[in-house]
Design a protein. Structure first.
Length: 74
């Protein structure tokens, strides 16, 4: 699967979310429900269409993945 990387080829927030989600055995749909965000929003973040999600969305995803926000943004 091709994922767009930022200019410096660093891991994006979408890459991190996808990696953590897969590690936990969650589908995109299950994580979207757990995080209480639209499925379409999650897919756009993971595919790097949305590269700077709102802090509220990041908080919800972190809660859904049961990780700290720092795990997603650092």
């Amino acid at each position: 699967m091709d994922t767009k990387k930022s200019k410096n080829n660093a891991e994006t927030i979408g890459d991190k979310i996808q990696k953590l989600r897969n590690k936990q055995g969650l589908t995109q749909e299950k994580l979207a429900v757990k995080a209480e965000i639209p499925y379409a929003t999650l897919t756009k973040i993971e595919s790097n269409v949305i590269t700077k999600p709102s802090i509220q969305t990041v908080q919800k995803v972190a809660r859904g993945l049961e990780v700290s926000i720092d795990n997603l943004i650092s």
